[in-house]
Design a protein around this ligand. Structure first.
Ligand code: PFF
Ligand code: NA
Length: 454
């Protein structure tokens, strides 16, 4: 196999790729969702199950996505089709690429609305609007944001522009440059917040909320949550990791790289939990769920703590950076495809796609106010888009990628691309991607769907 280069460029080195992929992986899933679902599902026991899922489902599928992307050196839509042709299979397998890119695109449209809230809170914290605010007032403030399409539209617009600017810059001058600045900033902010929490929070209480080993709290449901989250948190099933893989160096080890990304994503999730819960407990607040934890509970906590204004500002900055680097990876696959397919300049492709996402996002943000009565399968527009992507498109896409990498591509292709060194490691990968991962994902898929619709 000749060593091809992507027309879009390639990462300067292996670490840039690791950081870029980690930027995609680390997002609201780590900082907001993981700590909460861990606490609700048995703490330490849940963390253990989650780690097993990362290892047995997340890591093998991520390896599959990257090997396809790097083999073909093209956007996911073209990469899946081209590797299918190389394997002597039906080019219509390329529909998997479509499914992923479409899912990422839809996710971006509502992810941007939430990221807009985060930007709003960065500004609010920065200007001291949450000093000594009580729970009631904090709740009202969040409600009044949701009731105001104008406010949300401003921040949604700003966020889409931020992402378009980076993606328009291309792999080297856009994504890579952003990665180099934002990822160190993200790690630094996280450590600063952890230090603050160690000093001013109820650290022991936060620690035991997260890690106390309580096997009784671990239900079948919790296992499903862990499995689903392992998937979402690693940005799998939406072309993001496959697209980033297509810019990866030919000689870099996919196995070692993916392990590093998995470990970093997990560590960030755990550290985020250790930063958040001690603050919540120190202020006698409820660690309970939903958007409320981040947008109501935490502002109250920061508002009444010494230095809380500064650290609250830094916290939302952290979340904003994390959401930004994730959204970049959602726009990249579709942009790369438009460039390949229609020969657009990257700037034009990114701007056009960004504009469509911006319009779609407006439907999402109106579903919190003027369009609150519009229901699709009894869900508002925002909830519906969240539902069809997270519960249908992503699992389906992940399942198909596992089947594709494990069964459709030739062994020669996957062995050659993974270059795992030992045949034992290859066999282990092959066994997990052929049997364990597809069955695991199929189970979440069916149970989740049954749960939601029944
Ligand atoms: N992995 C991100 C998180 O854990 O928040 C969410 C995400 C980012 C999903 C990028 C999908 C994606 F393409
Ligand atoms: Na994540």
């Amino acid at each position: 196999m000749q060593s091809k280069q992507s027309m879009h460029g390639s990462w300067a080195n292996r670490w840039i790729f690791i950081l870029a992929a980690t930027g995609s992986a680390v997002g609201l899933g780590n900082i907001w969702k993981f700590p909460y679902i861990t606490g609700e599902n048995g703490g330490g026991a849940f963390v253990l199950v989650y780690l097993v899922c990362i290892l047995l489902v997340g890591i093998p599928i991520m390896m599959g996505e990257i090997l396809v992307g790097r083999r073909a050196r093209q956007s996911p839509i073209n990469a899946v089709r081209e590797t299918a042709v190389e394997a002597g299979r039906d080019p219509r397998w390329g529909l998997i690429g479509w499914l992923g890119v479409l899912a990422g695109y839809i996710i971006f449209s509502f992810y941007s609305v939430v990221a807009g809230w985060v930007l709003h809170y960065i500004a609010g914290m920065g200007t001291g609007q949450f000093v000594d605010i009580g729970s009631d007032l904090a709740g009202k403030k969040f409600e009044s944001l949701l009731a105001s399409p104008d406010q949300m539209l401003i921040w949604h617009t700003v966020f889409v522009l931020m992402v378009v600017v980076v993606v328009a810059g291309g792999v080297n001058k856009g994504l890579e440059r952003a990665t180099k600045i934002m990822m160190p900033a993200l790690f630094l902010l996280l450590l600063v917040l952890l230090g603050y929490s160690l000093n001013s929070g109820s650290f022991a209480e936060g620690w035991s909320f997260l890690f106390s080993f309580n096997p009784d709290a671990l239900t079948w449901d919790a296992v499903l949550v862990a499995l689903g989250h392992s998937f979402f948190t690693l940005s799998l099933g939406m072309g993001a990791i496959m697209a980033y893989g297509s810019y990866m160096g030919k000689k870099d080890s996919i196995g070692a790289t993916v392990l590093t990304i998995g470990v970093l994503d997990t560590v960030v999730a755990l550290v985020a939990g250790l930063a958040i819960f001690p603050i919540v407990f120190a202020n006698q607040l409820d660690p309970g769920a939903g958007p409320g934890l981040m947008f109501i509970t935490l502002p109250v906590a920061f508002g009444q703590m010494p230095g809380g204004q500064v650290f609250g500002f830094l916290f939302f900055l952290l979340v904003g950076v994390a959401a930004w680097t994730s959204a970049i990876s959602l726009l990249e696959p579709a942009t790369a495809w438009v460039v390949e397919r229609f020969g657009f300049k990257r700037l034009h492709a990114a701007a056009l796609l960004g504009f469509i996402i911006w319009l779609m996002g407006i439907a999402s943000l109106l579903s919190f106010n003027h369009w609150a009565d519009i229901k699709i399968f009894s869900m508002g527009i925002f909830d519906f888009l969240d539902f069809i992507t997270a519960n249908i498109m992503l699992p389906l896409s992940g399942l198909l990628i596992a089947v594709y990498a494990g069964w459709v591509l030739t062994q020669k292709m996957t062995r050659d691309e993974l270059a795992l060194g030992s045949s034992g490691a290859y066999s282990a990968w092959q066994f997990t991607i052929r049997f364990i991962a597809p069955v695991g994902v199929a189970v979440i898929f069916v149970v989740n769907l049954y749960d939601k619709l029944a």
